[in-house]
Design a protein around this ligand. Sequence first.
Ligand SMILES: *Cc1c(COP(=O)(O)O)cnc(C)c1O
Length: 466
Amino acid sequence: MKRTSRLRYSRLAAADRRHIWHPFTQMRDWEREPFLVIERARGNHLYDVNGKRYLDGVSSLWVTVHGHRHPRIDAAVRNQLARVAHTTFLGLTHPPAIELARRLMRIAPRGLSRVFYSDNGSTAVEVALKMAFQHWRQRGEKHRTRFLSFRNSYHGDTIGSVSVGGIGLFHGVFRPLLFDALFAESPYCYRCPAKKSYPACGIECLGSAESLMRKRRREIAAVVVEPLVQAAAGMLVYPSEFLRGLRDLCTKHGILLIADEVATGFGRTGAMFACEKAGVSPDLMALAKGITGGYLPLAATLATEEVYESFKGRHEEFRTFFHGHTYTANPLACASAVASLDVFEEEKTIERLQPKIARLRKRLARLREIAIVGDIRQEGMMVGIELVKNRRTKTPHPPKERIGHRVILDARKRGVILRPLGNVIVLMPPLSITPREIDRLVDVTIESIAAVSRRNISSSAISNAN
Ligand SMILES: *Cc1c(COP(=O)(O)O)cnc(C)c1O
């Protein structure tokens, strides 16, 4: 490392510590620990200010799709920049947003026909909730005021999205501020609420949602669900039969289904959308994260014509959807989203992904040799490795041990960027990851978990000897 770059790092790090408050971060730890300053990227790698290279094992928090600095997307953003960076979507429109809407409709699950833009996943869900609520008021079913969600679900950090969030650690403190949603059992197979296993269980866990829906049939406006993977809770993968069952229940009781595809959308599960993979069409669908290929903040809420139609009326009836964000449908973001969809077509991304998914699965199997690996979950390119203190009892590591954090610090030394969710190590590489990079990603993950596990054993041996 050159002296000048070391100096530059220290200056940047000091200024960061002095002025910045990072998301989902205990700042007391941040202020004490070294951290990386990422300066540039190329393909599936990130480079820090010292020039060290890292494999981007989590797609820069689940957003990068075709790799960083993809020539096609770079050019699209540059071309748009030469025209206009931003123009409002309130009362005006522009070509990239129109083109993107057309393109989204070509790939969206059947029945979805309208696009409402916003700029992040939380608002995409929030918009869906408000649309569902107002839809029923305008359809003369004012009694439909409640939402049904699932334990362990994550739909974003704004108050409406937090209200339907089921992760106690993130959402509990805000409970007094939230609207009162209904929560059904989570389809968390590894820690099955019924202590059964699939498929013998006959998806008994769906029974909890079913009975709530039956009892509160007239009150529920919509069910909101993360299709196939409860991602932020630790990549909890569940059978598509559960999602199909849920769709049938919604149809039966006349309840809207909101699919939050913010994490699963744009190829992560091996299909363009998880709903498509499960053969399910929702009434509303939230998209964000991968929509721009991971370039710029953009989100979309897709709706059926039926929902859309209920908002139409004479001006003075005020059936208008009074919602919008200043940067709604930002043209640069829309241009990058269109280019990302072009890349999907030109590079046959989904087709070429299938052998990578198989390779990842095969490679991950070796993790079972490590005693602290409790569960390995994979849905396409989404992977969660749940670490436990005791495999038989599934006892979790106490938060104080920061086991996940220690694993990712070790992986960082070996040149791989990961980000844990508590005791779950997440792998979510860009879809553009190469077979060799898959091997490296998994090998480093195995080495890091094994190293931390060995240190844990020797430190507990020392404390026992004392
Ligand atoms: C990340 C995420 C969100 C929130 O998206 P933001 O852009 O961070 O607001 C919502 N739902 C799911 C399923 C997510 O993974």
